[in-house]
Design a protein around this ligand. Sequence first.
Ligand code: FES
Length: 136
Amino acid sequence: MDRRTLLCGLLALTASAPLAGCGTGAPTRRPGVGSARAGDRVAGLADVPVGSGALVDVGGDGQLLLVRASESEVRAFNPACPHQGTTVNPPAGGTISCPTHRSAFDPTTGAVLSGPSPRGLAEVAVAVSGPDVLLS
Ligand code: FES
């Protein structure tokens, strides 16, 4: 028995509701993607403006910020600001900005450019396949 299984078993004895990540066969959730799995369509390429981006709901309770740097290149980030969790805005004027305390992030890498955020936005792997953007 591994440590995770043991810990989940011990926590299940006292929990009144299912514990995230402790179910058998349940998908492991990654930040921003909810229950979506690799290969799931997250958006149409036409829904993501070139030079900007769009917030899209995925996997039930997930949300991604898609950024389209060129006709064929799309990157995705977890839009939860690492500072206090506010959903950041799609890129405008060359930066992704957080409306709460004004952290700014690089739209090509998610790196912090300014503000109180302790780190950059977490990138999520996506791929363009014809007219669709798919979770990788
Ligand atoms: S929550 Fe984004 S900068 Fe504070």
